[in-house]
Design a protein around this ligand. Structure first.
Ligand code: NAP
Length: 316
């Protein structure tokens, strides 16, 4: 018995050394990740998008929210724009507002309702981009349900529209723009995903929306790998809440705040991250939320998201 206790004591220095070593490795790894995040978020020089990719940018869903804010940001950086959305008057209004601030920006507008038959719209896009160096494509258009709903409650028209807009829109516009980028051997494509399918393990009561955003995430990842060697940078951006018409409707966000920035604040951070990595959460307070969420058990996050969904059903 005495000798077993002695053996145990002899083992301890080795055990302590081993545990300290593992602790050090883990601390070192986390420090590297943290320092890299600080650098990428606050110090890395944004790419010169015109020089790197080309002078024209095409933005879908550009009459409101994040898409409109992207259009202003890119115009300020000297891009000419092709604005795509469903409402001609709103497109004209946005185009006018941009030109008041940036008189040299050339702007083309194209009306496409992505929830309808898009054949003609995609042809229009094909004609409009002919001969132009479309350097940046922002696949921003996206919709969600008007209120929180269980899967079996979602009307067929609603989910079919949602799938059409969120999946078909992004896929077809990318197919229209990509061949030109391949020929020029340069281009950047930003697809708007969502934290709804990445940060939290589930998004109950907005299931089909979250599922479409998971498609966007995987689409972006695969395209990133397929076209990297063609000089094309594909990126999925995964914001959490941004104060827009969409979030005012579904999450009652009426004012921007630290964790729900205005579309303008978001787009400023978002443009700076274009071309850096296949997935990006450009707005830094969102990254903090992501980090915090990833340290919690999934079952807890599932329960929290479900309770949010159920509360929204009561409010809306
Ligand atoms: N806001 C957020 O917190 C958040 C978070 C994560 C991801 N996202 C994603 O970011 C993107 C933009 O969201 P947002 O909040 O800026 O939305 P938003 O304020 O509702 O704006 C959506 C834009 O898309 C256009 N649009 C809607 N349905 C269309 C259709 N059928 N055909 C053509 N254009 C259509 C809208 O046109 P009208 O002006 O005519 O309505 C508007 O220009 C979406 O993909 C969304 O899923 C947003």
């Amino acid at each position: 018995m005495f000798s077993t206790a002695m053996d145990h004591l002899k083992c301890q220095p080795f055990l302590i050394l081993f545990v300290s070593f593992i602790g050090f490795i883990s601390f070192f790894k986390n420090s590297i990740v943290f320092l890299r995040w600080i650098f990428n978020t606050f110090f890395r020089t944004p790419k010169n998008l015109i020089q790197s990719y080309g002078s024209w940018a095409l933005i879908t869903g550009s009459t409101d929210g994040v898409g409109k804010a992207f259009a202003f940001q890119l115009a300020q950086k000297g891009h000419n724009l092709i604005l795509v959305a469903r409402n001609f008057n709103k497109l004209q209004q946005v185009s006018y507002e941009i030109q008041v601030q940036n008189p040299n920006t050339k702007i083309k507008i194209i009306v496409v309702d992505f929830s309808g038959d898009v054949t003609k719209g995609i042809q229009e896009i094909g004609k409009a981009i002919k001969g132009l160096d479309i350097g940046v494509l922002i696949n921003n258009v996206g919709v969600t349900y008007r209120r929180a709903m269980f899967f079996h409650e979602v009307d067929e028209n609603i989910w079919k529209n949602l799938v059409k807009v969120n999946l078909e829109g992004t896929t077809l516009v990318t197919m229209a723009v990509l061949p030109g980028m391949i020929r020029r051997r340069k281009g950047a494509i930003v697809n708007m995903g969502s934290g709804a399918s990445i940060v939290v393990p589930s998004h109950p009561l907005y299931t089909i929306y979250a599922a479409t955003k998971a498609y966007i995430d995987q689409l972006s990842r695969c395209l990133y790998v397929e076209y990297k060697h063609h000089g094309i940078d594909v990126q999925c951006q995964v914001p959490l809440y941004v104060k827009t018409k969409m979030t005012s409707r579904v999450a009652s966000i009426e004012k921007s705040s630290l964790f729900s920035p205005s579309a303008e604040e978001y787009a400023k951070a978002a443009v700076a991250q274009i071309g850096y990595g296949w997935r990006s959460m450009p707005y830094w307070p969102h990254s903090l939320q992501w980090w915090f969420a990833s340290s919690l058990p999934e079952s807890l996050l599932d329960a929290w998201r479900l309770s949010i969904g159920l509360n929204r059903r009561i409010q809306t």
